[in-house]
Design a protein around this ligand. Structure first.
Ligand code: PMT
Length: 393
């Protein structure tokens, strides 16, 4: 099943380290080539000789124990198709989240450019600790896969959440990541996300409820499939791919158009404000005696339409989204013609269980030839994969 795949297992100093001996055997039985690195503390729970025999490879522990003229952390990172850190202690998790490289394992993880699966295991109090949870969140935001620990009896004598997840869970997730086809490799995909922010004065602005989740899900899915992703975002996110932060529709337009010529595909998932204040005061506007005031608005550029008009190559795919609260399909049919894009993803933003800010969506994909495909309600992460499948087959 994993023939030809190189799996790098990182073991840290927790009691669950002994369980990883069986995980190595599972990967070996699936014909993977397994290399193991340990933190020095891991050797308090499992021996180097055991890991060496099971993996049938040298086990890396010391950073400066060079066997050849190649920095160890770079060569391990270069060879592997995936890195699995299990068990991951609170200590190592915190180092990974903050870029600390004080041993071979943390240095390799920092240099690693492919996917890292992290399976934490620790005392339940440590797992619930605010700083550990923040670090877990940081790693997730950066695209790392966290396999949450399970609840039950812990080696420290307490009951709670902290046990290493099942080895089958780690094995299955590793297979899933390795089997995800890199069919978008070599493609440059530009994706916008979030609601634009149109300033009124130095403290007030016009915006909308877009969280950026839909665009981020698309960017993550495209990246997982090997694409060169550029996310143009109004929300702050840390990702393993390039993220360009913008605020207003004008800034977004400059950023997207700057990438257009070299892009194979552009997906406009952002909720772009149609209007902005005509004049932006550079100070806080004072309350007046009037009960009513008027803010003059002017039209923003239609970024999507502009991209479709300016496209120079027929092979460039341009995808728009369509947010409607009524007559979804009728409006979407008109919008795809008006904008001139290849695909339009229509979603009903009047529903609370999908659309703006939700983790879920339900969409209808329209294509320029009149084709219509409905996707049932699902997590945005799943909808994103389906949209990419529709575009690239
Ligand atoms: O971010 P989330 O919380 O996950 O929510 C996701 C979403 C609901 C924002 C997303 O799924 C979505 O529907 N995005 C498009 C929102 C929108 O602006 O729709 P629209 O129908 O007003 O615009 C149609 C298309 O034109 C969109 O691709 C939009 O990016 C683009 N547009 C709109 C106005 C404008 N001035 N320039 C544009 O490029």
């Amino acid at each position: 099943m994993l023939s030809g795949k190189n799996i790098l297992i990182g073991i840290t100093g927790g009691i669950a380290a002994y369980k990883i001996c069986e995980l190595i055997r599972m990967f070996k039985r699936a014909n993977a080539n397994v290399r193991v690195i340990c933190t020095p503390n891991a050797l308090n729970f499992v021996t180097k000789l055991t890991l060496q025999n099971l993996s049938q490879n040298d086990v890396g522990i010391e950073e400066f124990e060079l066997k050849e003229f190649k920095p160890e952390h770079i060569s391990y990172a270069d060879e592997a198709d995936i890195m699995v850190i299990a068990p991951a202690t609170a200590n190592t998790i915190s180092k990974l989240a903050n870029g600390i490289c004080d041993n071979l394992l943390t240095s390799i993880a920092c240099a690693f450019r492919k996917q890292i699966i992290i399976a934490p295991a620790m005392n339940f109090g440590m797992w619930e600790n605010k700083f550990i949870q923040e670090n877990i969140q940081k790693l997730q935001n950066a695209g790392r896969i966290i396999l949450e620990p399970e609840s039950g009896y812990l080696a420290c004598g307490y009951e709670g959440k902290g046990r290493l997840c099942k080895l089958e869970t780690i094995f299955d997730k590793t297979v899933e990541v390795l089997k995800t086809e890199k069919n978008l490799s070599g493609k440059k995909i530009v994706i916008t996300c979030g609601g634009t922010i149109e300033e009124i004065d130095s403290v007030r602005y016009i915006s909308n409820y877009s969280s950026g989740k839909m665009g981020i899900a698309l960017a993550d899915a495209a990246y997982a499939q090997g694409a060169d992703v550029i996310l143009i975002s109004t929300v702050n996110v840390i990702k393993p791919y390039r993220v360009e932060k913008v605020k207003s529709a004008n800034e977004m337009q400059i950023a997207v158009e700057g990438e257009q010529n070299s892009a194979d595909c552009i997906i406009m998932a952002a909720a772009v404000a149609d209007y902005r204040a005509k004049n932006i005061a550079n100070h806080k506007l004072k309350k007046t005696k009037e009960d009513e005031i008027t803010i003059e608005l002017v039209k923003n550029p239609d970024i999507l339409k502009g991209l479709c008009e300016k496209r120079t190559s027929n092979s460039q795919i341009i995808v728009g989204f369509c947010a409607e609260s009524e007559d979804l399909i009728k409006n979407a049919k008109e919008k795809i013609l008006n904008k001139g894009c290849d695909y339009l993803i229509a979603n009903d933003i009047s529903r609370k269980d999908i659309g703006f800010s939700s983790d879920f969506n339900e969409v209808t994909i329209l294509d320029r030839n009149g084709g219509i495909k409905q996707l049932p309600r699902a997590a945005k992460t799943e909808i994103a994969k389906e949209i990419l499948k529709e575009i690239y087959g």
